[in-house]
Design a protein around this ligand. Sequence first.
Ligand SMILES: *Cc1c(COP(=O)(O)O)cnc(C)c1O
Length: 398
Amino acid sequence: MSEDDAKSGPPHDPAWHSDTILTHAGLAPHDYHGFVNPPVVRASTVLHKDADALLARSGIRYPYGLNNTPTIEALTTALTALEGDKAAGTVLLPSGLAAVAIAIMAVMRPASKVLIPDNAYYPSRRFGDVSLAQFGGEAVYYDPLSIDDLTAKLDGASAVLIEAPGSLTFELPDTAKIVAAARDAGALTIFDNTWATPLIYRPLDHGVDLVAYAGTKYFGGHSDLMIGSITANATTWPRLARLHKNLGLQAGTEEIWLTLRGLRTMSVRLERHEKSALAIAKWLTARPEVERVLCPALPDDPGHALWQRDFKRISGLFGFVLKGGMPEAKRFLNALRLFGLGPSWGGFESLAVVAELDYARTIRPWTEGAVIRLHVGLEDVADLITDLERGFAALADG
Ligand SMILES: *Cc1c(COP(=O)(O)O)cnc(C)c1O
């Protein structure tokens, strides 16, 4: 089998737009008697026809169940296609956290710094502080809103993590400036793009080297699986593929299949998440109990101009600052009936949490009131607003 055959997955047309990729990527019905969806291939051993084929198996399309199956390939092909021309390949991981951690490890030089934004997803910080240090690395936090702060810390850095908007507090960094500064300093960039999905923003198009996702969120979309993915550009793909292989990592077959199923409807789900989240964000701006709404789509948000440049759309996740602290936040949350109280997000249902920011920021400690983060699901907006009114009414009762 030629090198090209070894790389080729199910057919897809490079001219396809995102919605067509979501609908058709990974499908090859006539390889499977015409059934629309590919069968789920559960595999360890791959049998070879003879001894010569057995000995030549390294480098073929399906050497072993860990490395590739038609099921793995259907999803990696789709995810690579969704990131555009710069994408060279995708690996799957058992969680979004593994995707962030492995992306960092893939491009890190020994005994080097990794720059992490102060508002990163908290477990990414924990990985940086505890586990990177164990392998001779050093996590250094930068202010995502200050290019000067970043530039001052770049010397000797091998990688810069970017997350936009920031976890829990939704600040928008100037990604273009961060990528340019990192490149000037010889550091590679990793973008945690879980919030936007490739339908809203494609980091590799903007010079980023690796894009990581918690597919647990919008790819899966139904709160019933955990998966991660990393898509690399041509510079970083060989390193990423090697580390992924050598660590023996892969996502579970059932999770991959459920993620493929989720992807088919991701675009229509996101449209609805966006429309409802925007309606609720606007409604919240007029509430007397709300100090401010943390959503870059709103014209008064400090990140609005960058949002117009880079994103132009939102997903279903944003926050607001309550007038008050933890006692008020607890009363508000306890009164909700439709919004479930729990972490993670990206499923069909609405969720609310209070942000625990005291240990999650070291550069810019959070000094405002309690932050409530909402994931706006696919329910009727009027019913969600009634639920939030219940929460606000509970504040007045206190
Ligand atoms: C949820 C999340 C992760 C981690 O994903 P898991 O699949 O839950 O491990 C990473 N980054 C961001 C921005 C997330 O929201």
